[in-house]
Design a protein around this ligand. Structure first.
Ligand SMILES: *Cc1c(COP(=O)(O)O)cnc(C)c1O
Length: 398
């Protein structure tokens, strides 16, 4: 017999991350089951008819829903404090669906410029092709938001902290302005994770994640999720996902569920390690700039301290010697890997100007504060002193 202990209202995020959403089968398994099935069977033809006519709530087909994927969605919704969540195959399919499901030709939308490259591509290249007009603003400048939101707007899209420059955007202030324009606010909360920043409590309407990053956290699977209110998820997002089909596989949902169980532990250590590295980098005189929201020198440090409970694991810094020096630095690494992923247990280093942000014009890169000497370090779970030693020997090699 299944033993399912109901979620208690008093449970905190760490408890929800371990237990939320678990639905045991008749076998009473401890660990969540992987329901590797594309379809479901009906005892009678009438049952299939009832299912398709929405007379009963049951599993029909795994493009629509699947028990393992449902457990992941429910666990994430509980941690986030959202009414519902819908999981997707990748972070980008979550981002695209969250936007595309609510716009039509003639609509206006606003996004901040400092975005993950593909998010900016959707806003500036794909949506305009469908007749949606996009205004891009400097997300840290509230006057630009105010100007852009003078017109009726469908949504405002924000990433904070941003990739790769780690700008901090005031979610509460942008939400207040957006709501006056009738816009919903979507926050890409990847860098903060569901544990360090609660966009819905700050006034946002929708939160999106690439679960590929810290939620898996061990470099195994792609996944994503959109979280928000019941009306948006049920009536706008769900039909879009059901008919376009970017479904999360049950196996990947299971990996993400198990990732969530250790998320709090990992994030605490990630933040602790990143702090050690950021403090060390700030002491170096050959760096033109070090960016970490936890540093007092960060231009929006106070805002970060207000809207986040800790500062994450990504640090950006610029070498005075430009691309040439920084390539020598990267190629000298003995421990830190060159990789464009982030939020992994392994420390990963990337050169955004030639990889994730190479599509942008030099002017656009400059407007993001992204110069040719800049690298982005996702600090992992190794002993931070070993990461520090590796950085130090690589600086010496430059
Ligand atoms: C990685 C990432 C995405 C895209 O996620 P995928 O899982 O790679 O599709 C979107 N936004 C941010 C901030 C990211 O870091």
């Amino acid at each position: 017999m299944a033993v399912n202990k109901p979620v208690q209202d008093s449970w905190r995020a760490q408890t929800l991350a371990v237990r939320g959403g678990t639905r045991r089968s008749e076998f009473g398994e401890t660990g969540e089951a992987i329901f590797a099935t594309s379809g479901y069977v009906y005892e009678y033809a009438e049952q299939a008819e009832d299912a398709f006519r929405d007379r009963v709530d049951r599993f029909i087909y795994s493009r629509f829903s699947n028990p393992t994927v449902d457990m992941f969605q429910d666990r994430m919704a509980l941690i986030e404090g959202a009414a519902m969540g819908k999981a997707t195959a990748t972070g980008m399919s979550a981002v695209f669906a969250s936007m595309a499901c609510m716009v039509e030709a003639g609509d206006h939308v606003v996004g901040s410029r400092a975005l993950f490259g593909s998010c900016l591509y959707i806003l500036t290249e794909i949506l305009p092709k469908y007749g949606v007009e996009t205004t891009i603003v400097d997300g840290t400048d509230l006057n630009q938001w105010e100007d852009a939101l003078k017109r009726p707007t469908k949504f405002a899209f924000v990433e904070t902290p941003s990739n790769p420059g780690l700008d901090i955007i005031d979610i509460q202030a942008v939400s207040d302005l957006a709501h006056k324009a009738g816009a919903r606010v979507i926050v890409d909360n990847v860098f903060a994770t569901p544990l360090l920043q609660k966009p819905l409590q700050l006034g946002a309407d929708i939160v999106v994640y690439s679960a590929t990053k810290h939620i898996d956290g061990q470099g195994r699977c792609l996944g994503g999720i959109v979280l928000g209110g019941e009306d948006y998820c049920e009536n706008t997002l769900k039909p879009f996902l059901r008919h376009t089909g970017p479904s999360l596989s049950p196996f990947n949902a299971w990996v993400m569920l198990k990732g969530l169980e250790t998320l709090d532990l990992r994030i605490r250590r990630h933040c602790e390690n990143a702090r050690v590295i950021a403090d060390y980098l700030e002491t170096r005189s050959d760096l033109a700039k070090v960016r970490y929201p936890g540093l007092k020198s960060h231009p929006q440090h106070d805002l970060a301290a207000r809207q986040m409970s800790d500062f994450g694991n990504v640090v950006a810094f610029s070498h005075e010697g430009g691309k040439e020096a920084v390539f020598r630095f990267m190629n000298a690494m003995k421990l830190i890997d060159i990789s464009n992923n982030l939020g992994d247990s392994k420390s990963l280093l990337t050169h955004p100007a030639t990889t994730t942000h190479q599509r942008l014009t030099p002017e656009d890169r400059a407007s993001l504060g992204l110069d040719d000497g800049m690298v982005r370090l996702s600090v992992g779970l190794e002993n931070p002193l070993d990461v520090l030693d590796d950085l130090e020997q690589a600086f010496a090699a430059v």
